[in-house]
Ligand binder design. Structure first.
Ligand code: SF4
Length: 162
């Protein structure tokens, strides 16, 4: 990811600003981007080569690279954990982009890798059905089955009395 990717990152971003106000934005950026290698040039005064995802956010869209962060045990979102940026790399953590595993020497490459490289998005699991609803649905089903069985038995008794 480089600043030249800005247009693509903007187009694939989600509608809507990621933050409700400046305090949220400042808090998250300072907790995450202030040590990230992608924004290091901007920290050194070279704003033109800063992180393009921050620019996307400043333009009012939410980068898809920003996954929803974890909730606290009480169900709250903290400003620093509101999102987890999948592009985050600590500035002391080596090169800014993942380095591809080199092809084994002396081996042929069966298929080009480029078609299979990119951002992989995981969708959240569906919300679990509360236990109360499961029990209620099970009870309704049991009632329907029993009612049908009782009707069958009543019909059988009537038929036997004739
Ligand atoms: S890659 Fe993510 S964490 Fe790093 S500077 Fe950009 S938005 Fe911030």
């Amino acid at each position: 990811m480089t600043p030249d990717d800005y247009s693509r990152l903007y187009d694939e971003a989600r509608e809507g600003s990621p933050f409700s106000n400046g305090t949220e934005g400042d808090g998250w950026l300072s907790a995450n981007c202030s040590t990230c290698i992608h924004d290091k040039p901007a920290r050194n005064g070279d704003d033109a080569n800063g992180c393009p995802l921050i620019l996307v956010a400043l333009m009012g869209r939410t980068p898809i690279q920003w996954m929803e962060g974890p909730l606290s045990p009480e169900g709250y979102i903290s400003i620093a954990n509101q999102y987890r940026c999948i592009e985050y790399r600590h500035e002391d953590d080596g090169p800014s982009d993942p380095q591809p595993i080199p092809d084994p020497p002396g081996q042929l490459t069966l298929a080009p890798r480029s078609d299979y490289e990119g951002v992989r998005m995981l969708s959240p699991l569906p919300e679990p059905v509360p236990v109360d609803e499961q029990v209620r649905a099970s009870a309704v089903l049991t009632h329907v089955v029993l009612a049908a069985r009782v009707a069958q038995l009543e019909a059988a008794v009537k038929a036997a009395r004739r």
